[in-house]
Design a binder for this molecule. Structure first.
Ligand code: 4NP
Length: 154
């Protein structure tokens, strides 16, 4: 069975591309890439078509994780195509709930709910001066993705 997961943040240029790349890399390493469809999207339209922020790209490169995606905005149909839609913070979750059609199939969840260290909120590092917030985001995404996969691998 294929399961479809969508990672969502405000701009789709910092947190959700990191989450997407980390999750895809994990299922590749575990030999499970045929069982998972992985994507990411933005709440807002501002950066549609753009590559991730240079700091996000650098963090992924530092960890040898490939990423070729471009930002896109979430669409109504995503709520029925994906099984899980992950937000990074509470604002993402409330935005997602307010956009979800009534018959939405997707479970809307905080990615950080699956962090075994209990660090639930993946904060927005976009306005930071440096890249420390991006490294922290990477580590949170890795722990939470591992945590989620443990629960959802048959
Ligand atoms: P992200 O970060 O949601 O992690 O991609 C942001 C990127 C851009 C903006 C906000 C957050 N922005 O307002 O342009």
């Amino acid at each position: 069975m294929t399961q479809k997961v969508l990672f969502v943040c405000l701009g789709n240029i910092c947190r959700s591309p990191i989450a997407e790349a980390v999750f895809q890399n994990l299922v590749n390493q575990k030999g499970l890439s045929n069982q998972w469809v992985v994507d990411s999207a933005a709440i807002g339209p501002w950066h549609v078509g753009k590559q991730p922020d240079h700091r996000a790209r650098q963090i992924l490169q530092n960890h040898n994780i490939p990423y070729n995606g471009r930002a896109r905005q979430i669409e109504k149909k995503d709520f029925n195509e994906f099984d899980f839609i992950f937000g990074m913070d509470e604002e993402n979750i409330s935005d997602l709930h307010s956009r979800a059609p009534k018959d939405s199939k997707a479970k809307i969840l905080l990615l950080g709910d699956f962090d075994p260290e209990g660090d639930k909120i993946i904060r927005d590092p976009y306005y930071d001066d440096g890249s420390e917030g991006f490294e922290k985001c990477y580590k949170q995404c890795l722990r939470a993705s591992e945590g989620f996969l443990k629960q959802h691998i048959n």
